[in-house]
Write a protein that binds this ligand. Structure first.
Ligand code: SF4
Length: 463
């Protein structure tokens, strides 16, 4: 299994991993390729075409700006979200962008950036970048595909058998416990007398030291916490034109100001879980700094359940955070490898469903669940997201996405509790449910796969 835990948990910006983070990475890759080939300074024009779901919902997802800033050398994990709007306004005003912050070219967004609803044949999220010289002669043309969770593959890689391999983890690295199914993973656990988190850690140590892995995951946890804090404070209306009001600040102040009410209401913990998810996804919708987990549309679920663990478990600590994330990553790897985590490929079941299964598994693990109970928790969570379509209104990651994260976070907690009350034996395996998710996604009409051409997106009139 070539996917790293750090491929599934990545620091990025909102609102979308496949429509913002991935395209920015692709554009950055393209300009670096121009530089490597020694033709960056000859570039006079860049033409960008966004196809399929990127074309249909790219405006609402900020895909064009992400590509433009990627061409300038910006990366999703380091760009200052506040810089994005300011720089974009300058580019639009002066019709000039700086390739890799080094070479100025004329750029007219109206002429040089096109949105095409028709997809490329290889994948629903395609984009083409073409560099031309002063005479209009093509210097370089590349097609990229944003395959979910910020992962990108280019035109050569898309045809390779294992699309799930991200360029950052390619290589001939021997890992001690390879697994491409939960069945194999559980077998490793039984044979080695290790937990799922132990197995993932052992594999991950092929890439970096255990100290670095633990610290890296805790750094990601810090970003998640900062995101929740910002989301609880930032008031107002989300960008994009739907006039969706942020709800997290009001809920946060309500919960904080009535601690005694919590004593009378045994379910008040759920209000906190919803708050955490709303806070993250409102930040994501506003283009803020978030952790892709495993996508941006579903970025609130794992932080919400992690916050729940830290706030409501006496045993909550940093070691548990690491164990939770390693376990959740194992489930995410299987979802990505054997189905998809892209709403454009399989609908929201691949985004919110995968995140829900990951969170349920993580919580079951830190609650003392056996590997079988952890698998059961993930299976329950995924099973009850099957068939979930992706139909964001106006192509914005707001409705139904924000609330859906709150619903999935509470579902993950319930799935974990159901599994922990059993002994791990159950009827349907996680592997079968993931396969069902893949097949259901393949049968789903394309209008329900991040095109905003079906479902809520057409049944709710935009104001
Ligand atoms: S509906 Fe689900 S898959 Fe679609 S953009 Fe929203 S969160 Fe992502």
């Amino acid at each position: 299994m070539s996917i790293s835990v750090f491929d599934l948990f990545k620091i990025g910006i909102g609102p979308s991993s496949s429509h913002t983070v991935g395209p920015m990475r692709a554009a950055l890759d393209f300009t670096r390729m121009l530089e490597q080939r020694g033709c960056l300074q000859q570039v006079a024009r860049i033409r960008i075409v966004l196809f399929g779901s990127l074309g249909a919902t790219g405006v609402g997802h900020g895909t064009g700006p992400a590509v433009i800033l990627g061409l300038e050398g910006q990366a999703p994990d380091t760009i200052n979200p506040a810089y994005l709007d300011r720089r974009l306004a300058e580019i639009r005003q002066y019709k000039e962008l700086q390739l890799l912050a080094d070479h100025a070219i004329y750029f007219d967004e109206q002429q040089d950036l096109r949105y095409v609803i028709e997809p490329l044949p290889q994948h629903p999220n395609g984009m083409r970048l073409v560099a031309l010289d002063m005479a209009g002669i093509q210097l370089l043309s590349r097609e990229y595909f944003s395959v979910g969770g910020g992962f990108i593959v280019d035109e050569d890689e898309i045809n390779a058998s294992d699309q799930a391999i991200d360029r950052s983890t390619e290589g001939d690295i021997h890992i001690p416990y390879p697994f491409d199914s939960m069945e194999t993973l559980l077998r490793h656990c039984a044979e080695q007398q290790l937990t799922i988190a132990d197995i993932v850690m052992a594999n991950e140590k092929c890439h970096r030291s255990e100290t670095d892995i633990r610290q890296g995951l805790l750094d990601i946890w810090q970003v998640m916490q900062a995101c929740v804090s910002r989301g609880c404070e930032m008031e107002g209306v989300l960008p994009g034109g739907l006039e969706v009001k942020r709800r997290a600040p009001e809920l946060y102040h309500k919960l904080k100001s009535r601690p005694e009410a919590a004593l009378r209401d045994p379910l008040s913990a759920l209000d906190w879980v919803s708050l955490y998810a709303l806070a993250v996804n409102e930040e994501n919708a506003a283009g803020g700094r978030v952790v892709t987990a495993p996508t941006n549309g579903a970025a609130g679920i794992i932080p919400a359940v992690l916050h729940y663990y830290m706030r409501f478990y006496y045993s909550g600590n940093d070691a548990g955070i690491v164990r939770f994330m390693l376990t959740a990553a194992a489930v995410g790897m299987l979802c990505k490898r054997n189905a998809s985590i892209s709403g454009a490929e399989v609908g929201c079941q691949g985004e919110v469903g995968s995140a829900c299964a990951m969170a349920a598994a993580g919580l079951a693990a830190v609650s003392g669940g056996t590997p079988e109970q952890v698998e059961n928790a993930a299976e329950i969570a995924m099973e009850h997201n099957l068939g979930l379509t992706c139909d964001p209104i106006a192509g914005l990651v707001q409705i139904p996405c924000i609330e859906r994260n709150a619903m999935a976070a509470t579902k993950a907690i319930n799935a974990s509790r159901i599994a922990l009350n059993g002994n791990g034996e159950h009827f349907v395996s996680l592997d079968k449910v993931i396969r069902t998710m893949r097949d259901t996604g393949a049968d789903m009409q394309s209008k329900y796969k991040e095109t905003s051409l079906g479902g809520l997106a057409v049944n709710v009139i935009e104001c």
